[in-house]
Design a protein around this ligand. Structure first.
Ligand SMILES: [Zn+2]
Length: 330
């Protein structure tokens, strides 16, 4: 069986493929992890390649009339079709399920309980088998192609009941590890994943950096890939720098700092006593803190720029006088 577990906090889904009951304790070691965005991208790829699935359906419809020995051939054809998509969980899962389902249906045709009846009703039996295959395809394709799984604006009321919800529970370490066992069409997984995405308030968005689709809130800018997150951080700090430069308050304060730094340079060039240089440095820091407080007050309360300029002028003059005095005392 297959197990899956949705982690809402980490935005990941863990899958354990092809595990037997006796192997459950080792499930943790066999986990394959996918991010929500991996799942979305793979689903989109699967939807784009539905002609592959359609070809498989046509082959199956065709082969149902033939002898049982064709089954192996069909299995090969199916695996050829999905070979290009080995990393896509939907291709891998459905190709397996399609083959299993098909061989069951085929068995009803080729190995009937009553051969005489089967011979007489052959046309009807083949027709029924074809309908079963068609229904199976219709059912899973309608879910997979339903945009309402990730978009909740549509208000059609559809009630879906799932009869065989199954769980696998591993007890230990003070908690129960709960896994869901998906039905073979992954329908319960789909609805749970879709509901989790909904609860998080996520929608399909396009990443500002890599332009891939991802699931995020309407104000998310980029997907959760490391490269995109790094680019986002860079952009944020660049914006913060620019914003800072652009406020008139910050601009005036920056000018003041440049002025005082130049005074320091002159004092060093004049080789004044290092003790005095330290004193000057302390005075610089003390006044810097006063100006910073004033700037914060002006920005918070939207006070006129002149109010800050007056304070800056006062401290600028004081620093100038101090520097002049030190040079005179040489
Ligand atoms: Zn991205």
């Amino acid at each position: 069986m297959t197990l899956y577990q949705i982690n809402e906090k980490e935005h990941t889904v863990n899958f354990v493929w092809g595990i037997k009951n006796a192997q459950l304790l080792t499930a943790g070691k066999r986990i394959k992890q996918y991010s929500f965005d991996d799942i979305l991208i793979q689903l989109e790829e699967f939807r784009e390649q539905l002609n592959v699935i359609e070809n498989i359906r046509l082959q199956m419809m065709d082969y149902i009339e033939k002898d049982k020995s064709y089954l192996d051939e069909l299995v090969n054809i199916v695996s050829d079709y999905v070979d290009d998509y080995r990393k896509n969980i939907f291709f891998v899962h459905y190709s397996g399920v399609l083959t299993t389902r098909y061989s069951k249906i085929l068995k009803e045709v080729t190995m009937p309980k009553d051969y005489v009846v089967a011979w007489i009703k052959r046309k009807q039996i083949i027709e029924d088998a074809r309908n079963k295959i068609q229904n199976f395809f219709d059912e899973f394709l309608s879910v997979i192609n339903d945009d309402r799984n990730f978009d909740y604006h549509e208000s059609d009321e559809t009630l879906i009941t799932m009869s065989d919800l199954k769980l696998a529970v591993i007890r230990g370490n003070g908690h129960n590890e709960v896994y869901h066992v998906p039905d073979d069409m992954l329908l319960n997984f789909f609805y749970e994943f879709s509901y989790t995405v909904y609860k998080l308030g996520f929608k399909v968005q396009e990443c500002h950096f890599c332009h891939k689709h991802f699931l995020g809130t309407s104000d998310s800018i980029c997907c959760e890939r490391v490269q995109c997150q790094e680019q986002h951080q860079k952009l944020l700090s660049k914006q913060a720098r620019e914003e800072r430069k652009n406020t008139p308050y910050a601009h005036e304060v920056d000018n003041y700092h440049t002025y005082v730094r130049n005074l320091m340079k002159e004092l060093r060039k004049a080789k004044i006593n290092p003790v005095k240089l330290d004193e000057f440095e302390d005075e610089k820091e003390r006044r810097k803190a006063i100006i910073k407080r004033k700037k914060k007050e002006c920005m918070e309360f939207g006070l006129p720029l002149e109010e800050l300029l007056d304070v800056i002028a006062e401290h600028r003059e004081a620093m100038k006088q101090l520097a002049d005095r030190y040079i005179e005392e040489l």
